[in-house]
Design a protein around this ligand. Structure first.
Ligand code: ADP
Length: 404
């Protein structure tokens, strides 16, 4: 097999990974997609090849694979066995790049130390994202590791979009509107250049509707505003997160319900959103299949909030030329797309029912003033591309140094 790049997305009890072969200097092909989950409880490695055929399904006792380093050992063993060689670089998804990391960065010990400063800004994700980087730095310090940030794409926001109306010192210490899902938006912005080049250079709103959901306003392919802010709790309602909430509600939970900071955090990340609203499920497939009126209400609420945020983002852009649906719900739920589009008819959105039902790339009518698209996102490919770029840059610097 050609040289490969491993993409890693590490969570609290799982490592999701994908392996890309470098088939030519600027072309990548996905070879493997898998995960080790249940780390600490029921560790299990499952991976599929590019055709979707399962190539491994292996479980261990927690004595054998108790923690992240053990899981990484097993991943390395599997890759050696399956591919015959280790990757030439690893690209990591890192949720927070803080105010200054505006592009993917080589993850040296020094960079990791700087990124650890953002743990308080993303306590549930940042430590897990950094853990495998640190382990690889200890074990294979010569292996290129690249950190790709969910926040980086939004660093192009104007100042007014970055601020809260709170005193300056809090802003200076990092209380800002960062925005997330940046790797997804970056991928969509690039893909839109192929799909609809004219629209891609105009004013576009992208709705990333997955279990985490947010929206982004793109002007000429650059992010100028996002529905998410300081944390990934803000903006749209999500599977289990409430989205935009009056901070007074949080004060009420603390003072009247006597909830501690940890309990409030757990409540906001796990018990709200579509799950809290429906009392049934966080999964849109289940809500769509349910005849319970609470399920219908939760979905209507979701679509309503998407339409409200579209208004906000359209104001940031001064109008819109295109609208893109992406991620699990955006790519697969024509009903939700249809309800959102109907609410946006005042803005000039006119869907073709047939194209929407089929999930075609362009789902708006020819005459629709706003062109609407369904574009599957690919954050992992974006990470692999960034990693490849840095790999190439490093290789050419080395070559120049040798020649000098
Ligand atoms: P994440 O990467 O944030 O975990 P995804 O982008 O995979 O999320 O999206 C997960 C969501 O997509 C789930 O809430 C699920 O309900 C929804 N989803 C997946 N497939 C479908 C489908 N066929 N119809 C409706 N919703 C779907």
């Amino acid at each position: 097999m050609s040289e490969t790049i491993l993409v890693v997305n590490a969570g609290s009890s799982s490592i999701k990974f994908q392996l890309f072969a470098i088939v030519s200097p600027d072309r990548l092909e996905r070879r493997l997609k898998g995960q080790i989950d249940g780390i600490g409880t029921r560790p299990r490695l499952v991976a599929k090849d590019a055709n979707g055929s399962r190539v491994v399904d292996k479980s261990w006792s927690t004595e054998k694979v108790g923690e992240l380093p053990d899981a990484l050992d097993q991943l390395v063993l599997f890759l050696r066995e399956y591919v015959g060689a280790l990757p030439v670089a690893i690209g990591h998804r890192v949720v927070h790049g803080g105010p200054n990391f505006a592009a993917p960065t080589v993850a040296t010990s020094n960079v990791v130390q700087q990124l650890e400063r953002f743990i308080p800004l993303a306590p549930l994700h940042q430590p897990n994202n950094l853990a495998p980087i640190k382990i690889v730095l200890e074990r294979q310090p010569q292996l290129l590791q690249v950190a790709c940030f969910d926040t980086a794409f939004h660093r192009s926001h104007p100042d007014v979009a970055d601020r809260y109306a709170i005193p300056e010192p809090l802003f200076a210490e990092g209380v800002r509107r960062y925005g997330f899902h940046g790797l997804s938006y970056e991928y969509i912005a690039e893909k839109l250049c192929e799909v609809a080049p004219k629209i891609a250079h105009g004013r576009v709103i992208v709705a990333h509707l997955g279990s985490g959901a947010s929206m982004c306003a793109l002007a000429e392919g650059k992010s100028v505003e996002s529905s998410m802010g300081f944390t990934a709790l803000d903006g749209l309602p999500m599977g289990t997160r409430p989205g935009q909430l009056d901070p007074g509600v949080v004060l009420y939970l603390i003072s009247e319900k006597r909830m501690s900071a940890k309990e409030t955090e757990h409540f906001l990340y796990h018990d709200c959103g579509l799950k809290g609203l429906s009392g049934l499920s966080n999964d849109v497939r289940e809500l769509l299949a349910s005849s319970d009126p609470h399920a219908k209400f939760a979905l209507d609420f979701f679509a309503y909030r998407i339409a409200l945020f579209t208004g906000m983002l359209a104001a940031a852009l001064g109008g819109i030329d295109g609208f893109v649906f992406t991620a699990g719900i955006g790519e697969n739920a024509p009903l939700i797309r249809g309800i959102v589009a109907e609410r946006l008819s005042w803005l000039g959105v006119e869907l073709s029912d047939e194209a929407n039902e089929k999930g075609e790339t362009r789902i708006s009518r020819e005459r629709s003033p706003v062109a609407c698209y369904v574009i599957p996102t690919d954050e992992e490919l974006m990470i692999a591309r960034h990693t490849l770029q840095i790999l190439r840059k490093n290789a050419s610097i080395e070559l120049m140094e040798k020649r000098a």
